[in-house]
Design a protein around this ligand. Structure first.
Ligand code: AP5
Ligand code: MG
Length: 217
């Protein structure tokens, strides 16, 4: 299956994508993770994207699409994928649709995770990530067994550079201005399902499975 997850920052795209991708045996591909990997490796792309991501602004469409479609060209994505956070503009969606059409494929479903702004700030200011293995926890909602240490690999847990309250507020504004119009674009193509992203991780996952079952039968 080829699925896109859209949602405001902190809606739980990454958390849910990892669980759903395991279930479907497809790779979960996060544009934000691809950018953070480029920044971490100190590549030319990393230098280009850093100032956008740290300010909470979108990376330009053509560059973003090039980075994601390069990843989609890897063998593990040949039979399906779960995209987390890409596309996030109508232009990116058009470019993705063209790229998929060239390889004779198309998206099966788009899920929008809906979440009120107040909960988002709480979720993101408490998020901690392990840069070594990618595990994400929350200081209050899902704390690690040992404070500030990853449950998976025991490495140090860090706060993301763009998880300050000021940048989170900017990311929310950018989401409203540049990504919300994309929801209508996908709705007009009969691909979009809305899922309530409040509640526990298993509750949200259950709603996602029901939404997918409804559109893929
Ligand atoms: P990206 O990394 O995609 O950030 P984002 O969209 O802001 O989303 P987040 O990763 O912050 O949140 P999430 O929805 O994945 O939530 P998570 O599961 O971690 O993008 C970063 C930047 O890269 C962008 O700002 C932009 O600059 C650039 N970029 C990326 N894609 C781009 C594109 N397509 N075009 C242009 N630029 C792009 O959960 C959050 C926290 O909540 C965690 O602590 C988690 O443990 C906790 N949590 C999750 N679910 C629950 C639950 N049900 N209950 C309680 N806690 C929960
Ligand atoms: Mg994420």
């Amino acid at each position: 299956m080829r699925i896109v997850l859209i949602g405001p920052p902190g809606a739980g795209k990454g958390t849910q994508a990892r669980i759903l991708a395991d279930l479907l045996s497809v790779p979960a591909i996060s544009s934000g993770d691809l950018f953070r990997a480029e920044i971490g490796r100190g590549t030319e792309i990393g230098d280009l994207v850093r100032r956008h991501t740290e300010a909470g602004e979108l990376v330009p469409d053509e560059l973003t699409t090039a980075v994601v479609t390069r990843r989609l060209g890897e063998p593990d994505a040949a039979d399906g994928f779960l995209l987390d956070g890409f596309p996030r503009t109508v232009r990116q969606a058009e470019l993705l649709s063209e790229a998929l059409a060239e390889s004779g494929t198309a998206l099966d479903a788009v899920i929008a995770l809906d979440m009120p702004d107040e909960e988002i700030v709480q979720r993101l200011t408490g998020r901690r990530m392990c840069p070594a293995c990618g595990t994400t926890v929350h200081a209050v909602f899902s704390p690690p067994r040992v404070a500030d240490r990853c449950d998976g690999c025991a490495g140090p847990l860090l706060r993301r550079a763009d998880d300050t309250e000021e940048t989170v507020v900017r990311r929310l504004t950018v989401y409203g201005e540049q990504t919300v119009p994309l929801l209508r674009w996908y709705a007009n193509r009969g691909l979009l399902s809305h899922v309530d992203a409040t509640g526990t991780v298993p509750e949200v996952f259950g709603r996602m499975r029901s939404a997918l079952a409804a559109v893929t039968v």
